[in-house]
Design a protein around this ligand. Structure first.
Ligand SMILES: NC(=O)c1ccc[n+]([C@@H]2O[C@H](COP(=O)([O-])OP(=O)(O)OC[C@H]3O[C@@H](n4cnc5c(N)ncnc54)[C@H](OP(=O)(O)O)[C@@H]3O)[C@@H](O)[C@H]2O)c1
Length: 245
């Protein structure tokens, strides 16, 4: 096993949307980005696009709900690089349906499980499996892409948020819980863990009516992925603004 001096980042769900743009912005900082995608065709094409721009980007096959693919990805990173500096847990989904409605009374257990499988269980398992490699970095950074829709403070405040897709929102609340708990577990180490809210962004998930471009939306995750040693850990941000849990 060799340990490279170049910074290595892994971004999940990197084939499109915010994951793709986060990969591009990290790679523009001279970081080698492993663009994880559950589709080989889409993931290879995305990595090729960034390489054509002169950036260091490689495809890595990873469906975050597939433990054997997580194990394989971790083994490959260990063999090739010996460490991981940045993990951006960006892959996400919503199985709520009925866009704009409150799904709490009707959401099926199947839709709940489907959402949690990707947004929570996959994210946690991947992070746990990569942690030994992240601890080998001199400055490990874990960014959990959550959402303001995971904020219980905002949901429970008067006039806070009428958009309430339950599976998605609850999954992002769990992502935030993971951020807090993992940051506490890693206190005193070189590893920082934070949650990012990208804003409402024009992607397949955000839809065409969103006000932010993916370039703008990726900024929060990129900032948290490249924090200095005196930067925060165990916090929730949109841009430079700290958000309530
Ligand atoms: N857009 C917004 O307004 C907004 C706001 C707040 C938070 N977010 C969060 O930002 C993140 C990125 O969202 P986006 O807007 O870029 O959405 P998107 O365009 O729909 O992209 C989602 C990405 O996640 C991947 N993915 C889904 N299930 C996966 C799995 N099982 N394994 C691996 N990858 C999987 C998708 O892969 P496929 O292409 O194969 O489906 C895709 O690459 C998500 O966590 C989302 O919740 C977005």
């Amino acid at each position: 096993m060799s340990m490279t001096t170049v910074k290595i980042a892994l971004v999940t769900g990197a084939n499109k949307g915010l994951g793709f743009e986060t990969s591009r912005q990290l790679a523009r900082q001279g970081i080698t980005v492993l663009m994880a995608s559950r589709s080989s065709i889409r993931g290879k094409a995305a990595a090729r696009t960034l390489r054509d721009e002169g950036l260091n980007a490689e495809f890595i096959h990873l469906d975050v709900t597939r433990p054997e693919q997580i194990r394989k990805a971790a083994a490959e990173i260990r063999r090739r690089y010996g460490k991981l500096d940045i993990l951006v847990n960006n892959a996400g989904t919503s199985a709520d349906g009925a866009h704009g409605r409150n799904s709490t009374e009707t959401i099926s257990p199947r839709a709940l499980r489907k959402t949690f499988d990707v947004n929570v269980f996959g994210l946690v398992e991947l992070t746990q499996k990569l942690l030994p490699l992240i601890k080998k970095s001199g400055a490990g950074r874990i960014v959990n892409v959550a959402s303001i829709l995971g904020s219980m403070t905002i949901h429970s405040s008067q006039g806070g948020m009428s958009y309430k897709p339950f599976a998605y929102d609850a999954s992002k609340t769990c992502v935030n819980a993971f951020t807090i708990h993992l940051a506490a577990a890693l206190a005193g180490t070189n590893v920082k863990v934070n949650s990012a809210h990208p804003g409402w962004v024009k992607t397949d998930m955000g839809g065409p009516g969103a006000p932010l471009s993916p370039e703008e939306g990726a900024g929060t995750a990129v900032r948290l992925a490249t924090l200095d040693a005196d930067g925060p850990t165990g916090k929730f941000f949109h841009g430079e603004d700290e958000l309530p849990w």
